[in-house]
Design a protein around this ligand. Structure first.
Ligand SMILES: [Zn+2]
Length: 301
């Protein structure tokens, strides 16, 4: 009888914290945050993930089956190796296989922006929409696509990965080696760097946003450029994908102007005079990543 209960483990691997969740059917029976090992060391990160998952497994009664889904700041390429991770020690490493060999079971590993988009599509801001583009605007900038509550990965597992599209070859340097990536234009680090390059002074994203509200001239230049870039890159994205809805996540999604001035600028830049695409704030907040990871096993059901 116990086998009918559906247990799911979700793990959200972040740069500074690693979060784990255990679902028993729809109930959350464990949610815990751990520090991600510092030092950008693959073995330490891998062993920490295995320890966290092993500990979570101990609360599931032995007779029950369960799934494990993991969201990572990158994705698994066609050779089963990590690609495009901003935690660079993961790049080229067989993270999925190493975890599977240790746990002796199959696990799902997906890009964290995909997990965010999936969660918001299943039970967040976009539960009434079919084709959803999810954007994480935090320290970096990631994206994901879900279609009818399933992640669209694509043959290269890079669907939705728009953060490192270079839209300005004369723009600021990006850590990926290119210049003027979307991440340099609309992420927290990107906007802070823009301020530094223009005015040779370090201000945090928060200080820039508040400075602009107080009509500080320098902050306004950087902030308006950020909003303008948001409108341009999202207008272009909507012209390509024409999604039913766009959902914003990450720290910058709390900037109210994105849903007023930002949307106007998107409209101005999309190739349609009367754009109605809803651009929505996330509903699940910080929880989307870890729930999306747990729900990865819904895929294909
Ligand atoms: Zn880049």
């Amino acid at each position: 009888m116990l086998k009918d209960i559906n247990y799911k483990i979700g793990v959200d691997l972040g740069g500074t914290k690693t979060e784990v969740l255990v679902l028993k059917d729809k109930d959350t029976i464990l949610r815990k945050r751990y520090k991600t090992p510092s030092g950008n060391n693959y073995d330490k990160i891998l062993n920490n993930l295995i320890d966290i998952i092993s500990e979570a497994i101990t609360i599931i009664p032995k007779e029950n089956e369960f799934s494990v889904g993991i969201g990572i700041p990158g994705s698994i390429d066609t050779n089963d190796l990590v690609q495009n991770a901003n935690t660079t020690s993961l790049i080229g490493k067989p993270l999925k296989k190493d975890i599977e060999n240790s746990l002796k079971m199959e696990v799902s590993v997906e890009n964290d922006a995909n997990c965010f988009t999936l969660a918001e599509s299943i039970s967040g801001a976009c539960s009434n929409y079919g084709l959803v583009f999810g954007i994480i605007m935090g320290t970096g900038c990631g994206g994901g696509i879900s279609i009818n509550k399933k992640i669209r990965s694509g043959p290269n597992n890079i669907a939705g990965e728009w953060g490192h599209m270079s839209v300005n070859p004369h723009g600021h340097d990006c850590y990926c080696g290119k210049k003027g990536c979307i991440e340099t234009l609309i992420s927290g680090k990107g906007v802070e760097n823009d301020y530094f390059v223009r005015f040779n002074k370090t201000l945090s994203m928060e200080e820039i946003v508040y400075g602009a509200k107080d009509d500080d001239e320098k902050c306004l230049i950087v902030y308006n450029s950020f909003l303008d870039n948001f409108g341009r890159v999202l207008g272009g994205l909507i012209s390509i994908l024409d999604p039913d809805a766009v959902v914003l996540g990450g720290g910058l999604s709390n900037i109210d102007d994105l849903y007023t001035k930002g949307i106007e600028l998107v409209r101005k830049n999309a190739f349609h005079a009367d754009l109605k695409t809803p651009i929505l704030k996330n509903k699940l907040g910080d929880s989307a990543g870890v729930y999306g990871a747990a729900w990865l096993s819904k895929e294909g059901n």
